[in-house]
Design a protein around this ligand. Structure first.
Ligand code: WT7
Length: 580
C-alpha cells in the first residue's frame, strides 16, 4: 500500500491538463480548434500544421527531429528544414504525377525520410500509407493490393521484397528508393530520390485539404479475412494535437521520445502529428532494442517525455535495476505507455527506478488518438487504464443487450460514442466490416473491460482471437493462411501462448501432409517460412505437431480449446465438438 501512495503523490505536478475533473465539464473540441486557429470549413492540412505553422510561430530554427541510426550516426533537422524538405518531397511526388487521394506507401525503417516524407505526402493531399519495414512480401502484397497503392517509397535494403511482387501490382507506378548510390542502375518502375539533394520547391503550394479529406491509411489485423485499411482524415489533427498536449503533456521545452515505429498508428499519431503540431523537439532511435542503448539514448539527449509500450517496459524490468544506475536519467519528467495491458508491477517498478510511473493510455488504430487514459495530476491506480479523455463518452456494455451495465464492476464490451475528430472514417473498401463495429449507436473497439465505482477502466482482454504480441496485433487467420502455403502443412490453428515480455506470442498447431515427419528441422523451416512471408512478429515461437485439430461438427477449427490449453483455462462448452 505504501508503494501505491507514492505513485499517487508523485503524479501530482502542474500539467497542461490541469484538473481532469474541471476539463471534463463543458468540454468542446473547439478548444483545440481555437488553439490551432482553425475555423470550421477552412483548409486544414496536417503537413502545414506540423511544419509551416510552427515556423510562423517563430520556431523555424528550433530542432524538430534528432535522429540516431544504428551505427551512432546522427542527423538533425530544424522546423524550417522539415518544412522545406517536405515541400520538396511533395513537389517531387507531384512531378511524378501523384494526385490528391492517391495512396503513397512509406516502407522504411525509422529514417528521416519516413517522417518528412509523411508530411510531404499530406501536403499534396495524397494519402500516406505507412507499412512496417519488417513486413515480408506477402504482408506487403495484400496491403498494397487492397489500397491500389500508386507509389512506394523505400530503402534499397527493402526493395527486393517489393520487386518480388511487382508483377502482381499493376497500379504501382513507381518505387522510389531514398538511398540509392548515384550511377547504380535502376530496374523497371524504379526511381532514386535523395531527399537532401532535392531542389528547393520555392513556389510549392500546399493542397487545400479540408477537414474530411483523407490523410492516412493504416492497416490493422482482424480475426478473419485480410487486414483492414483504416482511413483517417486531416481533421484527426484536432484530437491528436490536444491529446498529445493533455495526456503526453508536451511543452515547448520538452525533448520527446516516442519509441513506436510509424508503420503503426502510435508512430504517426504521436510520433509525427502530435509531436510536430505541438512544436516540440523529438528524438528518434533507429536501431534495435537493448536496455543499455535505450538508457544511453535518454541520457545523451536529456529526454523529458517518453512514450513507450509495455513490452519494452517489461524488457527493461528484466534487464534489472542495477543497469539503470549507470546512466543519468534525471531529465525524465513524464512517462506514458500504450499498446497492451500495462501490469501494475510495471507501473510500480517504473516509479521505483525512474521516480515516475508510466501512465497507461488506451486506444487503437481505428480511434486515431488516446481514448482512455491516466492523466498527469490525476490519482493513478496501477493496473487501470484510467478514464475517458474529456469529450469522449466511453462505457462498458452488456454483450447481450448492448446497454451499459447499471452497476460498476461488471465485465463487458468497451463502447465509445462516435464523433470525436480522429475516429476512422471507413475501412478501405469494406463498408460491411466497418458497419459491424457499431451497435446501438456505440462504436465497439473489440475489447473487454470493467469500470470500478470511481470510473476507472480495468482492461480484461480482447473480444476476438486476434493475438496482441508485444503491442502488435497479429491475425491468426493470416498466419494460418501462410502456414498452409508451406509444402508440409496440411492444416493449422494459430493461438497465443503466455510470455513474460511480450505478454502473448504466436503458437501454431500443425498437422502434416503424408510423408512429412515432425522434427526440429521442419519446425525451423516452417518458422522461417512465415517470418519471410509475413513478419518476425507473426512468426510462431512454437510449433506443435498434432494428429488432428479440434473441430466443430461443421468443420470449423476450435481455436478456443487450444487457447484454453495454452493458458491453463477451463475449456468451457464443447458440445459442438466433432471428436468429443
Ligand atoms: C488494440 C489496438 C493504439 C496503440 C497501438 C495499438 C490493445 C491498446 C491498450 C492498453 C490494454 C491495449 C487493445 C486495442 N491495447 N492499448 N493500454 N491496455 N490493451 O494499436 O494495433 O490498433 O491495437 O491494442 O486490444 O484494441 P492497434
Amino acid at each position: 500500500m505504501t508503494m501505491r501512495l507514492e505513485v499517487l503523490t508523485k503524479n501530482l505536478h502542474m500539467s497542461n491538463i490541469g484538473s481532469y475533473n474541471e476539463r471534463i465539464k463543458d468540454f468542446d473540441w473547439s478548444i483545440a480548434e481555437k488553439e490551432l486557429d482553425y475555423q470550421p470549413g477552412q483548409v486544414i492540412n496536417i503537413g502545414w500544421y506540423c511544419s509551416d505553422r510552427i515556423c510562423r510561430m517563430g520556431k523555424a530554427d528550433k530542432q524538430a527531429l534528432i535522429w540516431e541510426g544504428s551505427t551512432g550516426a546522427e542527423k538533425r533537422y530544424t522546423y524550417d528544414d522539415i518544412r522545406r524538405l517536405s515541400d520538396s518531397i511533395g513537389q517531387y511526388l507531384r512531378d511524378l504525377g501523384i494526385q490528391p487521394e492517391d495512396r503513397v506507401c512509406l516502407f522504411m525503417d525509422k529514417v528521416p525520410e519516413l517522417y518528412i516524407g509523411f508530411l510531404g505526402i499530406l501536403k499534396i493531399g495524397a494519402i500516406a500509407q505507412p507499412l512496417f519495414s519488417a513486413f515480408g512480401d506477402e504482408s506487403l502484397l495484400v496491403r498494397l493490393e487492397n489500397a491500389q497503392t500508386k507509389v512506394i517509397i523505400t530503402q534499397k535494403k527493402h526493395a527486393p521484397k517489393v520487386r518480388k511482387i511487382l508483377a502482381q501490382l499493376p497500379w504501382l507506378k513507381y518505387m522510389i528508393i531514398v538511398d540509392q548510390e548515384p550511377g547504380k542502375p535502376l530496374q523497371e518502375r524504379e526511381v532514386a530520390m535523395n531527399m537532401e539533394e532535392l531542389p528547393a520547391a520555392e513556389t510549392f503550394q500546399i493542397y487545400p485539404t479540408k477537414a474530411e479529406s483523407p490523410s492516412v491509411l493504416h492497416y490493422t489485423s482482424g480475426t478473419t479475412g485480410q487486414p483492414k485499411g483504416v482511413k483517417h482524415v486531416h481533421y484527426s489533427l484536432i484530437s491528436q494535437y490536444l491529446t498529445a498536449k493533455w495526456v503526453l503533456d508536451l511543452r515547448d521545452d520538452d525533448i520527446y521520445w516516442c519509441t513506436a515505429d510509424p508503420g503503426w498508428v502510435t508512430g504517426t499519431s504521436y510520433g509525427i502529428i502530435g509531436a510536430f503540431s505541438n512544436g516540440v523537439t523529438q528524438c528518434v532511435l533507429d536501431s534495435g532494442f537493448s536496455a543499455e542503448s535505450w538508457y544511453r539514448f535518454i541520457g545523451k539527449h536529456r529526454i523529458t517525455m517518453w512514450y513507450s509500450a509495455p513490452t519494452a517496459i517489461r524488457s527493461l524490468m528484466k534487464a534489472g535495476d542495477e543497469i539503470v544506475k549507470k546512466f543519468d536519467l534525471s531529465s525524465l519528467r513524464h512517462l506514458a505507455s500504450v499498446g497492451e495491458p500495462l501490469n501494475s508491477e510495471a507501473v510500480i517498478w517504473s516509479e521505483k527506478v525512474f521516480g515516475k510511473p508510466f501512465l497507461d493510455t488506451y486506444w487503437q488504430t481505428e480511434t486515431g488518438s488516446i481514448m482512455i487514459s491516466n492523466y498527469p495530476g490525476m490519482k493513478i491506480k496501477p493496473g487501470s487504464m484510467g478514464k475517458p479523455f474529456p469529450g469522449i463518452t466511453a462505457t462498458v456494455i452488456d454483450p447481450e443487450k448492448y446497454e451499459p451495465f447499471a452497476e460498476p464492476g461488471k465485465i463487458g464490451l468497451i463502447a465509445i460514442r462516435p464523433g470525436w475528430p480522429s475516429m476512422m472514417r471507413m475501412y478501405w473498401n469494406n463498408e460491411e466490416t466497418y458497419n459491424n463495429k457499431f451497435r446501438n449507436g456505440w462504436y465497439l473497439p473489440g475489447d473487454r473491460s470493467s469500470i470500478d465505482s470511481e470510473g476507472y477502466f480495468w482492461f480484461v482482454g480482447r473480444d476476438d482471437d486476434v493475438i496482441n504480441t508485444g503491442g502488435h496485433l497479429v491475425s491468426p487467420f493470416e498466419v494460418e493462411s501462410a502456414l498452409l502455403e508451406h509444402p508440409a502443412v496440411a492444416e493449422s490453428a494459430v493461438v497465443s501462448k503466455p510470455d513474460f515480455v511480450n505478454m502473448e506470442v504466436v503458437k501454431a498447431y500443425v498437422t502434416l501432409k503424408p510423408g512429412f515427419i515432425p522434427g526440429k528441422d521442419l519446425d525451423l523451416d516452417i518458422m522461417n517460412f512465415v517470418r519471410k512471408k509475413l513478419s518476425p512478429l507473426a512468426m510462431p515461437q512454437e510449433i506443435e505437431f498434432i494428429d488432428a485439430l479440434p473441430k466443430t461438427r461443421s468443420g470449423k477449427i476450435m481455436r478456443r480449446i487450444l487457447h484454453a490449453r495454452e493458458w491453463g483455462e477451463e475449456i468451457g462448452d464443447t458440445s459442438t465438438l466433432e471428436n468429443d
